[in-house]
Design a binder for this molecule. Sequence first.
Ligand SMILES: [Zn+2]
Length: 250
Amino acid sequence: MVIFNTQGIVLRTSRYSENDVILTIFTRNLGKVSAIAKGAKRNKSALLPSAQLFAYSNFTLKKQRGMYRVSQSEIIKSFYDISYDIDAFSYASYISRLVENSLLENQTNPKLFNLIVKTMYLLSQKEVDKEFITAAFELKFSDCMGFRPITDRCSVCGDESDQRAIFNIEEGGMLCKRCAENFSGNIRLDITTRKLMNYILTNEIETVSKAQVNKVLTKELSKLMKQYLTAYVSNLNMKSLNILDDLHKF
Ligand SMILES: [Zn+2]
């Protein structure tokens, strides 16, 4: 038996039996793991607070016969407020599924781990634009996963002088006027969206969250990021992440 101590955030909970829960945890040190929390559904279980969706905790995990078991946990932040706000809950669920679907078992990504914890913290706050935070998360997520779009120069020739906003998903970033003529599928963005993307990629998400961004730009960025992630994350089926669509039907 091997024992691990690591911080982790719960991306998914599934009931295994009357009192036991299987947690999908994104951990700092072990990456994404599944772990059984035995007895966590009992009211007095010490594991109960950490066995909730989005809970951020210090976990002690025991590995036995290829299976992790939560032996101890200490909550750092429950992010309980998220569950009381339908908007926050939907965005947090979307982010959790995006991360869950994009990582392989045991794939670590400390930069992404820090990003998701900070993003959950922001989503648990009242006075933030949650749609914008989520779009900013998507862009920073692409950076953490190694397919950061090039937004400060032409992604083909490297020209920095042409700062118009023509985005090409396949080329992975902006195109200058000359290069744009050689590609199809160009997406014309608002020039401010380009500046916003640069800003998001070069600042921490807490700083980014303070920006006052109008709805039109937020929607443009959000739509672009959905298309971008669909192209770059293998096995990502945005339809399976339709929590947001469901929300916006109402
Ligand atoms: Zn170019």
